[in-house]
Design a protein around this ligand. Structure first.
Ligand code: GAL
Length: 666
């Protein structure tokens, strides 16, 4: 991950010392030491305190706490403090407040209230980031720069005039001419032609559906506009410091193209808040962590999660102590080299006073504090895992352009959403203990025999060629429904669906046929197994592909529900229906591809998560997380890093427990 200034697994959290008096600071630092905290993040929302008036800086308090932390050998993830502009700046320049699609300017009084393209806001952030960097570049506590906070949280887009101007400039850079833009946006339809760039506005609230390509470009622009804010602050830091920079991601987030963002930062970090009341949270969280590891191309940093309850859901259920332990160590299992929290000490005032913290309101006598101490000890024991890389078995295509286009308006069904789709493909993999690497279009797939494409509604011809080359070279590709439909401008590919994927998949799709809500269609596999489809199926005509499953009832009875096309050395499967359990389909593919994730002789029951982290020196760390509320027996062998116990072939895991087995030399 590249944090040269801290050893071992990172442990700590967001720290807001500006809420507390000096006596509390003393206690904080002492208790951080007791808990084994190695890094804290501050001052994320410190702008008003650091910069109380134009050009005026009050660094004394930050100097003081950073010196205390350095003396206690606690590293700092130092925030540029730019996430929430202070009242004086907002009142002097109200135009920095964001505007909604309906034209409402949002008020001061919450947080992250800024227009991403405001020149005034950007200049102020660059000034503050530069001042912070100049002052602390050589501070011994400094390990990592933390730019802003959760870009896209609260404000993902702003529809003000400044954004309109920036959008026009962005469009001119993309298209060069108005003619090219008119073509890309298909403005010949509905009298939308533009003869003057100044007539183009953001997709503000309009009487009916907004031009879909305008909306798609708007999403691209909004992601880029926030990324520019990040880049500007990073440049201000780079004048003074070469230490790594990060900004905390928000898991599988639609609004930001994290491939681009990850390219721009040194450390990929994530804020993850799995809901303890949701039984599906473990595998859904696993998906997010696989994405983070893929973005990082290796170890990543969990920069925020909750030791118990959050305060922003409608119902905020706490975590059982063992569940909390599992949630935290699950991130290490999936490649995190640090486990950090929001926040260190529970607030007594403000919007997040009911959010759990490493040091709860009840102090060191609370069960929460006991959970903190336990986790701190475990993370210390896991130091040997730091820097190791996860074994990965299956690739999944992840493309933000496609996500945005898929969820555009006026499609055959609004039920085709990316997150639901990718989750339905991911869950059966998780249950089979297969670790996923998410890949962007065109990625190097060496060593990955199977590429899943849950959806590629937007498929460029380059992407289609990349998929075809992969299959021709021996890869197996599985493509989900409603793919190969449009190009990068959201224009339907010429000819029959699935456009540039037609030859690869060996099928033609005559018509998309959504299934009404609440209805299901029976599907029969060629080998006699039965399954069900819901939400979506298609009128498919095979063009060389072999039919492996068939719709058995309804309008499309007799049409293919699953096909396989032999392609040179490899194969291309098409899944033109949404299966109630995609495991039925993937089981068939996995048998053919023959991927084995568990070490020979191992058996890991459902509900127990398995991953393997591999050291450059050949060390192997098998992570087992029993997310179930019952004891389970696992067939496995190795020495548990957390307990020191040696297991020879059989291991009984307590309900909601974790084992990290060091495997013997192969
Ligand atoms: C994050 C945010 C933190 C805190 C946390 C609470 O989204 O970055 O500042 O609000 O949520 O769960």
């Amino acid at each position: 991950m590249g944090l040269t200034r801290v050893n071992g697994m990172l442990f700590g959290g967001d720290y807001t010392p500006e809420q507390w008096d000096l006596a509390t600071w003393d206690e904080d630092v002492a208790l951080m030491r007791e808990a084994g905290v190695t890094m804290v993040t501050l001052p994320v929302f410190g702008w008003a305190r650091l910069n109380p008036a134009p050009g005026e800086y009050t660094f004394d308090w930050l100097d003081d706490i950073l010196d205390r932390l350095a003396a206690a050998e606690i590293a700092v993830d130092l925030a540029t403090a730019t996430a929430s502009p202070p009242a004086w700046l907002v009142r002097a320049h109200p135009e920095i407040l964001p505007v909604t699609a309906a034209g409402v300017r949002l008020e001061f009084g919450s947080r992250q209230h800024y227009c991403p393209t405001s020149a005034t806001f950007r200049a102020a952030t660059v000034e503050l980031a530069g001042a912070v960097a100049a002052r602390y570049a050589d501070h011994p506590a400094l390990a990592l720069w933390h730019i802003s906070n959760e870009y896209g949280d609260h404000i993902t887009e702003c529809f003000c005039d400044s954004c309109a101007t920036a959008f026009r400039a962005w469009l001119l850079r993309r298209y060069g001419t108005l003619e090219a833009l008119n073509h890309a946006w298909g403005t010949a339809f509905w009298s939308q032609r533009y003869d003057d760039i100044a007539h183009i506005e953001p997709p503000r609230l309009a009487p009916g559906p907004v031009n879909p390509t305008q909306s798609l470009d708007w999403r691209r622009f909004c992601s880029d506009a926030l990324l520019e804010c990040f880049e500007l602050e990073k440049a201000a830091i780079r004048v003074h410091s070469d230490l790594p920079v990060t900004t905390n991601f928000m898991s599988m987030m639609r609004e930001l193209d994290y491939w681009k963002w990850a390219d721009a930062e040194d450390v990929v970090s994530d804020d993850a808040y799995p809901d303890p009341a949701d039984v599906d949270a473990p595998w859904q969280a696993a998906l997010n962590y696989d994405l983070m590891r893929s973005l990082a191309d290796g170890p990543w940093l969990l920069l925020e999660h909750a030791i118990s309850a959050v305060s922003w859901r409608e119902v905020n259920v706490p975590k059982r102590p063992d569940q909390s332990f599992c949630h935290s160590l699950q991130t290490v299992a999936r490649g995190a080299d640090g486990v950090m929290f929001f926040q260190w000490r529970a607030s007594r005032a403000g919007a997040e006073k009911f959010h759990s913290a490493l040091l709860p309101h009840g102090g060191t006598g609370s069960r929460g504090w006991a959970a903190t101490l336990r986790l701190g000890r475990a993370l210390k024991d896991l130091a040997p895992v730091v820097g190791t890389r996860n074994a990965e078995h299956v690739a999944i295509l992840m493309d933000w352009d496609n996500w945005w286009a898929l969820e555009g308006n006026d499609h055959p069904s609004t039920r085709m959403q990316w997150l639901d789709t990718v989750r339905s493909w991911y869950e059966p993999l998780w249950r089979r203990h297969l670790t996923v690497r998410f890949v962007r279009p065109g990625a190097d797939l060496t060593g990955l025999p199977l590429l899943l494409v849950p959806n590629a509604y937007l498929t460029t011809t380059d992407t289609a060629t990349w998929l075809a080359d992969y299959a021709a070279a021996g890869g197996t590709v599985v493509v989900g429904a409603f793919s190969g439909v449009v190009d990068e401008s959201d224009h339907v590919h010429p000819g029959a669906h699935p456009g540039p994927l037609r030859e690869l998949l060996g099928v033609q799709v005559d018509e998309f046929w959504p299934i009404p809500d609440g209805e299901r269609r029976a599907v029969y596999f060629a080998d006699g197994r039965r399954a069900q489809a819901l939400t979506w199926h298609e009128w498919v005509e095979p063009e060389g592909a072999q039919v492996r499953a068939t719709v058995a009832d309804g309008d499309l009875a007799g049409r293919p529900a699953l096909t396989r096309n032999a392609v040179a050395e490899g194969a291309a499967w098409y899944v033109p229906a949404r299966f109630a359990d995609l495991g039925e389909v993937l089981a068939e593919v996995l048998v053919e591809v023959g991927i084995q994730s568990l070490p020979p002789g191992w058996q890991v029951p459902d509900g127990v998560e398995f991953t393997l982290r591999l050291g450059a020196d050949g060390a192997r760390f098998a992570h087992l997380v029993n997310h179930t509320r019952g004891a389970v027996t696992v067939q496995a062998a190795g020495t548990d890093l957390l307990t020191g116990t040696r297991h020879d072939g059989k291991l009984t895991m307590a309900p909601e427990s974790v084992a990290v087995l060091v495997l013997d030399e192969p």
